[in-house]
Design a binder for this molecule. Sequence first.
Ligand SMILES: [Zn+2]
Length: 308
Amino acid sequence: MTGALAARLARSQGRVAQLTSLLAPALVTGPIDETFRKAELSWNGRRSCLLLSFDVDFPEDCDALPRVVESLSSHGVVASFAAVGRWVEEFPDDHRAIVEGGHELVNHSYSHPELVNAPGRFVSRRSDLNECRWEHLSLYERRTEISRCQQVVEAILGVQMRGFRAPHFGNVDPLPLYPILAAEGFVYSTSMLSPRGSRFGLPVIEQGVVEIPVTTCPRHPLSSLDTWHAFYARDGWHREGFEQILEAQLQRAVRTGGITNIYLDPKDTERFDFDHFLAHAVALGDDCWIATYSEFADWFKVQQGEVA
Ligand SMILES: [Zn+2]
């Protein structure tokens, strides 16, 4: 099978693509790796790049923030946190710890539509979650979700966020959002899985907005490499040794000259050896540029000849 055909399969959302990745992950990971190899990019002078983020989706994630920020500080790692406006209102001090730790906040909508308590997976202590699907909101409603989150974070934390991550972005087509994001002054979005990106893992500039694709699991390459995939989806694909999967991904990025763009749920960082993973990333030294999304997007725009 050619790389182009595998790429087409990966982009399609049907069962065929799912089956292909289950039977032969290399059909999808191969073309992604090849894209990075051929691009021969140097990420701010480094061989690879780690963009580490956290999605603060549930109140239980807010509870975990002080511990996560402390771990990052102890390793000297910077990260980006996708914040939900209503939780910033309710848990301002936990979110302030992110800013005071020198990390970045990312707009993740005001109410995080499509947040569901799923029995057997994760059930929050809160039942007043917004289960309405993001894709069912009108563009006006989506823009309101984005701008309201922006206003709340600015009022409470004094921070103007520069990027956006769509709720449940794995199922979302971000294309209609770029005009809104550009109009609202956003510099970047990270709302697309790498097999679906038009450059297959490489960042792109869409209507002035840098889209930074999210890395998928090397073993299940149509699934985002995140804690949901590891611990909840189908009872968890990587319940043991998830840090080893993450570390293998970092090594893969060094080998191919690629990016690792992943998000973890703060509440689930206790379920694997999070500190081991951070230490591994830091030990890559000059082989891996660890950056916030803002740092990355500004660098990327300059690199692409656009003014940051
Ligand atoms: Zn996996």
